[in-house]
Design a protein around this ligand. Structure first.
Ligand code: APR
Length: 243
């Protein structure tokens, strides 16, 4: 497949499913996870911060890390990649679906609405006792952990940790969307974390076109119909005929 053929397939597609990862927010200044120099997991062990065991062991440290990331994302701005995906949603209408692994909220701030956040969101917390999900106060205005507005118990970051299940309805909706998609775009993810990464394979299995936008090869590259070896903003612009 050539870039022109990939561009034509996307333009003609009635149903488009998109999976994004940390790479789509890299141009907004937000660190990815597995970049060897700047990634979160180059400096921390995920099992020390992003797991139920880590939280049970040291909730204060886990909250300090998430509260710091929350502060960072509130100062970040959506980049051209986020805006192009919001434009694609307006162009495709009901045939569009965006599943993100990101918890930074930037897709919604760029205007994406047909969106599921598979791994949660940094700006909300979940009650450990009654399960209430509530927005966090503005960063620097609260000392974590927040208390539940309903029952007063301690609240945890509303993030899906390693070893935890993804929100069932969101994953079901995403799986259906990728099964039905004429074209799937896989943008800015290393494709190492399942079940999110497996969504790309649903489209391929159903005979759809799967296109990756990533400056590097990934674990999903062998399954791609076409790979745009560029950053999200330029790669999406090239695919959408803007480049
Ligand atoms: N544009 C597009 N892609 C980029 C850019 C960019 N500007 N910069 C980096 N990338 C690519 C990297 O090449 C890499 O393939 O983004 C990908 C980021 O991969 P990861 O850091 O592994 O992040 P992600 O795939 O989102 O991780 C999935 O792992 O730690 C968990 O829950 C966490 O949601 C996260 C999940």
């Amino acid at each position: 497949m050539t870039l022109e053929q990939a561009r034509a397939a996307l333009a003609a597609a009635r149903r488009v499913a998109v999976l994004t990862g940390a790479g789509v927010s890299a141009e907004s200044g937000i660190p990815t996870f597995r970049n060897a120099q700047t990634g979160h997991w180059a400096r921390f062990r995920p099992e020390d911060l992003a797991s139920p065991e880590a939280y049970r062991r040291d909730p204060k440290m886990v909250w300090e890390w998430y509260a710091g990331r929350y502060r960072n994302v509130t100062h970040a701005q959506p980049n051209e990649g986020h805006h192009l995906l919001a434009w694609l949603e307006r162009d495709k209408g009901d045939g569009f679906f965006l599943a993100t692994q990101n918890v930074d909220g930037l897709h919604a701030r760029a205007g994406s609405e047909r969106l599921v956040e598979l791994h949660g969101n940094l700006s909300t917390a979940r009650c450990e006792a009654c399960g209430t999900v509530a927005p966090l106060p503005e960063p620097n205005t609260f000392t974590p952990p927040p208390t539940c507005p309903v029952c007063g118990a301690r609240m945890r970051p509303n993030i899906v940790w390693f070893g935890e299940f993804l929100p069932e309805l969101a994953l079901e909706a995403a799986t259906r969307a990728f099964e039905k998609a004429d074209v799937a775009l896989i943008v800015g993810t290393s494709g190492q974390v399942y079940p999110a990464a497996g969504l790309a394979l649903e489209t391929r299995r159903a005979g759809g076109v799967v296109i990756e936008v990533n400056p590097d090869e990934t674990e999903l590259t062998p399954y791609m119909s076409y790979s745009v070896r560029d950053v999200a903003s330029r790669g999406l612009a090239a695919l959408m005929g803007e480049g």
